[in-house]
Ligand binder design. Structure first.
Ligand SMILES: NC(=O)c1ccc[n+]([C@@H]2O[C@H](COP(=O)([O-])OP(=O)(O)OC[C@H]3O[C@@H](n4cnc5c(N)ncnc54)[C@H](O)[C@@H]3O)[C@@H](O)[C@H]2O)c1
Length: 460
């Protein structure tokens, strides 16, 4: 027994954590440097025209450039990708939109630094592979820019703390481009939850279940499959975590305290590599299916899953259980409510309502009409027209620009980024230690309960 405890102490230590007497693995929380304050509720001075530079123009980046051509009060100043042809494609897109040509950076691993060093850019927008994200974010903020970084914006605890410390020190926004919190069902359901329709929300679920077999060959330098090859744990948790954490007001009155994770063995990842290269790897680390369970200070739970290799239909799960109701998006979208939560004059077929069955489609439509999120009401139609995963990508960019133009706190701050990204390192730590509990650090370093209430998530 003593030997097992010693070995798990040793394994946790080697992976960057240490065990408490209760067996919970704790990781270091670096002290906030003197003179630095937190960014909870931070708003930067208003920017009339948001001047943006894009880095990373592979499969994801060009869509962002295209969306910015539809957002008034923005200027696309510069484009960067290590591959010149990717820059050229986006330049053509800008020309087709009738906008002035952007400066081009390409051809070397470090060309992006010159973009960050320009003095006519307010926002650097990063859509490269995961290993470059935090590096580029830190450098951009150090050169006086706000930064928006694709998901996951950081893969290790060191990267997370670097982004937090740099954002706090430079007083620059550091936002993760988590688009899934802006999807229509998620936003409307968040509004319902905030209006108390589901009573107290106790349990939420989210996931990234997406078979990437058709995509693997197209990632630059095979970075994504390589990352899964080399790492255990939930390496892509933010699409599930974002909506889940917003429903639970994480660092707006509650905080995550402990997680445990477990994975299956690796089968389909090595199968794919064998099919495409003829050689089966014996060191593929990422399990086919990874599950993480999290408990919060206020006694709520979150369940997050990851599977990018098995032949399953796409799902982000998105499920909430409250004391008065239930919502579910995948595989079947719907709501179930206690009868007293439903006003009979607004709900047709009231007699069909059962707290154990889904509301009818007519009832759901009436509910959505009543509780439509104000942001969806404002830009939902335009978002559907411009597109980007059905419109949610456009709402994300539109809100980012709107908040910068109006000097508002962004919808997602650097602590959201940290909380949603920390699953990659912390779930790995749990799994490598026999699913041991791992303490989730308070990334706000004491400010998690200062803004008590969800309103801050969408300031205006
Ligand atoms: N939010 C979403 O729905 C969503 C969807 C897809 C991808 N993503 C994220 O977007 C990011 C990019 O994914 P992708 O599918 O476009 O991958 P990709 O491989 O197609 O694109 C990455 C790009 O980064 C460029 N790059 C790499 N190193 C560079 C450097 N040093 N300087 C400049 N450019 C460099 C590559 O040339 C490539 O064009 C990832 O973080 C991914 O997780 C998010």
């Amino acid at each position: 027994m003593k030997r097992i405890i010693f070995l798990s102490f040793l394994a946790a230590f080697l992976l960057g954590g240490c065990c408490s007497e209760s067996g919970t693995i704790k990781t270091d929380v670096p002290a906030r440097p003197a003179g630095q304050t937190d960014m909870v509720g931070f708003a930067a001075p208003k920017i009339d025209t948001v001047r943006v530079g894009f880095i990373g123009l592979g499969m994801r980046g060009p869509g962002a450039v295209e969306r910015f051509t539809h957002i008034p009060g923005t200027k696309i100043v510069a484009l960067c990708d290590i591959r010149p042809e990717c820059v050229g494609r986006c330049q053509d897109m800008i020309k087709r939109a009738g906008l002035p040509a952007a400066a081009e950076y390409s051809g070397s691993e470090d060309a992006w630094k010159e973009l960050c060093e320009r003095d006519d850019i307010d926002l650097v927008y990063v859509a490269t592979d995961w290993k470059h994200h935090a590096l580029m974010g830190v450098y951009a903020m150090e050169h006086g820019k706000h930064v928006a970084i694709e998901v996951p914006s950081a893969m290790t605890l060191d990267e997370i703390w670097d982004l937090i410390n740099t954002s706090e020190r430079t007083r620059k926004h550091c936002m993760q481009l988590e688009n899934c919190v802006y999807d229509f069902f998620e936003m409307n359901t968040l509004n319902m939850a905030q209006q108390g329709l589901f009573g107290e929300v106790l349990h939420v679920e989210g996931s990234y279940i997406h078979n990437l077999k058709d995509f693997w060959p197209y990632y630059w330098n095979n970075w994504r499959l390589d990352y899964n090859h080399e790492n255990r744990g939930d390496v892509y948790a933010t699409h599930g975590m974002g909506p889940a954490c917003q429903l639970l007001d994480i660092h707006r009155g509650d905080r995550m305290t402990t997680l445990v994770a477990m994975d299956t063995k690796s089968v389909c990842g090595p199968d794919y590599i064998e099919e495409t290269t003829g050689v089966r790897p014996d060191d593929f680390k990422n399990g086919d299916h990874t599950m993480t369970m999290i408990r919060t200070h206020n006694g709520k739970t979150i369940h997050i899953q990851h599977d990018v290799v098995n032949p399953r239909p796409y799902s982000r799960m998105y499920q909430l259980t409250g004391t008065k109701g239930f919502a579910n998006k995948y595989p079947m979208q719907g709501y179930a409510l206690e009868p007293e939560q439903v006003a009979s004059d607004e709900m047709p077929n009231h007699e069909n309502l059962s707290s154990h069955g889904y509301l009818s489609r007519e009832q759901e439509a009436a509910l959505v009409d009543k509780y439509m999120h104000p942001i969806i009401r404002e830009v939902g139609d335009l978002a559907r027209t411009v597109g980007g995963h059905g419109g949610m990508d456009f709402i994300m960019d539109y809100r980012l620009v709107y908040c910068l133009q109006n000097g508002l706190p962004l919808d997602m701050d650097v602590y959201d980024l940290a909380e949603w990204c920390c699953l990659a390192p912390l779930s790995a730590l749990s799994i490598e230690n026999g699913s041991a509990p791992v303490e989730v650090p308070d990334f706000t370093r004491g400010a998690w309960n200062r803004i008590n209430g969800f309103r801050h998530a969408f300031a205006e």
